[in-house]
Write a new protein. Sequence first.
Length: 148
Amino acid sequence: EESKLDITLSVGFKVCVLKNTNQIFIVGGEGSENSTYLYNSEKNIIEKTDWNLKIPRIGHSLCSEDNYLVCTGTKVKGPEGSTYGSSVEVFRPEWNEWREGVSMNSERYDHMSVVSNHKVFVIFGTDPRFPEIGQDGVEYIQIKQVYN
């Protein structure tokens, strides 16, 4: 059966599986900056949720471990140009919402993140104001710090 979408996605969104639930989350992106969508495998459709991000996100990163998702960084297009963010948001199903986490040390977008040894590693990325990010652009956040 052909997949049906009730959304319009273009670029800059991220997709991640919440490991303990096997749910597929689609987060942010141009045209859907602060939205969270969930793939419903029984209906073979992608549905919009009520779990809106606090900050619009394009070019962010998204990773998961156990029962939470971690969303880092952003590029936000505005009337006076783009701004970049170091903010972190965390989602747990039992919260039924995104919550603000501890910010990264540097603003960045188009970066990657991964969880290892209970740390969220944020790797490289871009901020035109600080080209040196690409040279030593790895930082990490302890999982306990992310959502305490």
